[in-house]
Design a protein around this ligand. Structure first.
Ligand code: AMP
Length: 341
């Protein structure tokens, strides 16, 4: 157990991408000094928006380990985000020696589609069906390539023939999932769970702005066919959302069950920010198709707080700031082990 401490002895660090502006601003609002690790030539947002007290430049985020000692010398607590995990890979994150917010082991459960499904199933979440063999396709499916950055190249097929036809464009792809396509609206629920308070919070919601899925409706169906447009889901931004209030009890329950189930799959379980990515259909049925076990970029909409955090906090509370507050409270309570992993 680490002794009760002065949080000012610690700094908050992250890499300059994804949700770093929000994380560092939130840390400053809570009174921390901040460090931003940037790729050379990409420091501008972090100096312009004045969120970093210090900037450490590296050639590539892949070389993060080269500056790890520097971060340790500064007593920095590193906050992982989507780009951090994707640049380092979940395996290399396990090898970090610096102070790290969040359970590292849960990242494997998030990154491996089989394990992810097992986890979400054990939490009792409804998910789209998976087709193991293309021959079994008997309804609309979405085919997802695992290496695909931001949904590029995903396609829809309605039967085995369409599947094989479309796969001709990807002769070397072996690593994909065939998932039932759910007609409904995508909703990204941003959660936060603190091991200090043992309480699950809903911070906010967003929906994604995806090209060209969100642009196809701007032209007539005939033109879509004439031009031969193929739907793709490259994320370009995020749009704010509030949900029908009567959906909230179920959404809280889903988040709580995911946290509880995570404690059975890995030591320490899931804590901090996470996101359930789901489609809600016309019967208000939820289909969770993915979990992100760390802060998602959709929370960037709410640097000044969301309608939901306003209800709870009455002061601007971003997810990034909530992370910093969790860390600060843990240090002050002498329970730092509850925020490190
Ligand atoms: P993903 O890369 O899994 O986050 O998916 C990218 C996008 O594809 C999502 O934001 C949704 O718009 C869409 N999507 C993913 N899975 C499904 C599904 N099973 N049914 C309908 N749309 C989906």
């Amino acid at each position: 157990m680490i002794k009760k401490g002065d949080f000012k002895k610690y700094k908050i660090a992250t890499i300059g991408s994804h949700s770093a502006l929000q994380i560092l601003k939130g840390a400053k609002d809570e009174g921390f000094q901040t460090i931003c690790v940037c790729e050379k030539g990409k420091t501008k947002p972090y100096t312009s928006y004045k969120v970093a007290d210090e900037i450490i430049e590296i050639d590539s985020f892949q070389h993060f380990f080269k500056i790890e000692k520097e971060l340790m010398a500064r007593n920095a607590i590193v906050i992982p985000h989507g780009s951090f995990v994707s640049y380092l890979g979940w395996e290399r994150v396990q090898q970090l020696k610096c102070l790290h917010y969040g359970t590292k082991a849960i990242l494997e459960w998030e990154s491996n589609r089989t394990k992810e499904r097992q986890w979400l199933t054990s939490a009792g979440l409804n998910q789209p069906d998976i087709f193991q063999h293309p021959e079994d396709i008997d309804r609309a499916v979405i085919v997802k390539f695992h290496g695909a950055k931001g949904g590029l190249g995903y396609f829809i097929a309605n039967n085995p023939n369409e599947f094989y036809e479309r796969m001709k464009d990807y002769p070397h792809e072996k690593d994909y999932t065939i998932q039932e396509y759910i007609v409904g609206v995508p909703v990204y629920t941003h959660y936060f769970y603190s091991r200090l308070t043992e309480e699950l919070e809903i911070m906010s919601f967003d929906k994604r702005y995806e090209s060209n899925a969100d642009s196809i409706g701007r032209i007539a169906a005939k033109d879509q066919l004439d031009v031969g447009i193929k739907t793709s889901y490259t994320i370009t931004g995020n749009i704010p959302l509030v949900v029908r209030e009567s959906l909230l009890p179920d959404l809280f329950g889903m988040g709580e069950r995911v946290v509880k189930a995570s404690q059975a799959v890995c030591k320490g379980g899931l804590f901090g920010p996470f996101c359930l990515e789901m489609i809600i259909d016309k019967d208000l049925k939820f289909y969770v198709f993915e979990i992100s076990a760390r802060i998602v970029a959709g929370t960037n909409l709410y640097i000044n707080g969301s309608p939901y955090t306003d209800l709870r906090y009455g002061e601007p509370m971003s997810t990034g700031r909530r992370v910093a507050r969790d860390i600060k409270q843990a240090i002050e309570a002498g329970q730092m082990e509850k925020v490190l992993g």
